[in-house]
Design a protein around this ligand. Structure first.
Ligand SMILES: Cc1cc2nc3c(=O)[nH]c(=O)nc-3n(C[C@H](O)[C@H](O)[C@H](O)COP(=O)(O)OP(=O)(O)OC[C@H]3O[C@@H](n4cnc5c(N)ncnc54)[C@H](O)[C@@H]3O)c2cc1C
Ligand code: FES
Length: 280
């Protein structure tokens, strides 16, 4: 099966959307799943949250960050991935929670926010609030890719206050928890913020599921690279996660493992840029 790109669109100056043919992944997709993308036969495997599955296609939001995401940004509709593996991961139960709040402040979190709010809203008895944080007005995604239509109440915040409420999702959530209005929190995005969110929700005794992103090598449970400790027990984020009970995550271990590969990634990016300079 050819995994052909059918749509590619900028979301803002840093993030773009890709829609790609992946029938097997689309058929089995559950909100909270991710896919493993392999651009070329010798390419690395990169995990990406799935924002939506429709027909035989899946949509993902991607940040131009390092070697592979920048290289992929030069691709156009009609270009095809070598392989797409998935759907991967074990999403948390999507059921009747009552007052549910989903918070996100980064590309992967925004994709999860969209997919999971859409599902949670379908269930009677859930009142779904989506909070999306962007740095400034210029970074906000086009309206159709925000969570506006997939929740009961949408709150947009910018860190500089240039549009929506000023501040981070954490400020709004704190107010809501103080008013006793939250039964369950879900969140994805920046890892240190998710650590702080887990501590904050614990203080208010509100349960939270957060994404715990780790470096994935195979993405299929074989290498152990994505291991995390949940309540002292080792789990694999590619198989058991990537969402876990935030109150039980060993955040310091997870954050320090994530920083381990920075030098290698910088080296890969430098090689890619040199290669591009040679081509131009
Ligand atoms: C479950 C999961 C879901 C994700 N969803 C999204 C998403 O929806 N959108 C998005 O833009 N990014 C997402 N990511 C992160 C994405 O996989 C990395 O940004 C991507 O691999 C970067 O590759 P690169 O070569 O462009 O950059 P690199 O320079 O190689 O890496 C840049 C940063 O990306 C992360 N990263 C790199 N390689 C991996 C890897 N193999 N596994 C996990 N993280 C890695 C690290 O934090 C690293 O510092 C997700 C990661 C995980 C684990
Ligand atoms: S990425 Fe290898 S075990 Fe999860």
């Amino acid at each position: 099966m050819e995994h052909v790109i059918t749509k590619k669109e900028d979301l803002n100056a840093a993030d773009y959307l890709i829609e790609v043919v992946a029938p097997e992944v689309a058929k089995k997709f559950k909100p909270g799943n991710f896919a493993v993308l392999i651009t070329i036969p010798e390419g690395e495997r990169i995990p990406m949250s799935i924002q939506e599955a429709h027909g035989d296609k899946i949509t993902m939001f991607i940040k131009r960050l390092g070697k592979t995401s920048k290289e992929l940004d030069t691709w156009k509709p009609g270009d095809a991935f070598h392989k797409i593996i998935g759907p991967m991961g074990t999403p948390p139960p999507l059921k009747k929670y009552g007052n549910v709040v989903f918070c996100s402040d980064l590309v992967c979190g925004h994709a999860e926010n969209y997919a999971m709010c859409k599902e949670l809203k379908k269930m009677e008895c859930n009142h779904v609030v989506s909070i999306q944080t962007f740095p400034t007005e210029a970074d906000i995604y086009p309206e159709k890719y925000l969570c506006t239509e997939v929740c009961d109440e949408f709150i947009l915040t910018t860190k500089d206050g240039s549009r929506g409420r000023k501040g981070h999702y954490m400020d709004i959530l704190k107010e809501m928890m103080e008013a006793g209005k939250v039964d369950q929190v879900f969140a994805g995005g920046d890892m240190p913020a998710l650590r702080d969110l887990s501590a904050l929700t614990k203080k208010y005794d509100v349960p939270v599921y957060t994404t715990v992103r780790q470096i994935m090598v195979d993405g299929t449970g074989m290498c152990g690279s994505c291991r995390v400790f949940i309540d002292g027990e080792m789990k694999l984020t590619c198989i058991d996660g990537p969402m876990f009970d935030g109150h039980k995550v060993d955040w310091e271990a997870a954050l320090s493992r994530l920083a381990m590969f920075k030098a290698k990634e910088a080296e890969a990016m430098e090689c890619y840029l040199k290669k591009m300079e040679g081509i131009e």
